[in-house]
Ligand binder design. Structure first.
Ligand code: FES
Length: 128
């Protein structure tokens, strides 16, 4: 089994997206249990994603619910329900697993958030 992780979206393929190795921010810039939003693309076709921090791990997804393609969050940085176990779409309550973005409940059950290729290097969040 390969340990090479594959992602749905690479930022180099997004209009105005940063190239591999670009630093998005430091891990310490994101509060544990919160997310940070980023935006690339164009005014006509914005591409928005978020990086969520859980301890020393990060998870990054396009900020678009697969039900109606609207952002999940209403408040800046807040992406999970109270327990922190699932991402919550604030519009119709869909719940997504943090680890793989799979929707476990709600109108888009069985569909997934689109993962974004970022990683951690020396305490910095970088574009893969
Ligand atoms: S838009 Fe997310 S559950 Fe409907």
């Amino acid at each position: 089994m390969s340990d090479v992780k594959e992602f749905d979206i690479y930022l180099r393929d997004v209009a105005n997206g940063p190239g591999a190795g670009a630093v998005l921010c430091a891990l310490a810039d994101i509060e544990d249990g919160k997310g940070r939003e980023f935006r690339y693309g164009t005014d006509k076709e914005p591409f928005e994603f978020f990086v969520y921090r859980r301890g020393g791990e990060i998870f990054a997804y396009q900020n678009a619910c697969p039900h109606m393609y609207v952002p999940l969050n209403l408040k800046e940085g807040v992406f999970t329900e109270k327990s922190g176990q699932y991402f919550l779409c604030n519009f119709h309550g869909a719940l997504f697993q943090v680890e793989d973005g799979l929707c476990m409940a709600g109108p888009c059950r069985g569909r997934s958030l689109q993962s974004v290729a970022v990683g951690l290097e020396d305490g910095r969040i970088i574009v893969l």
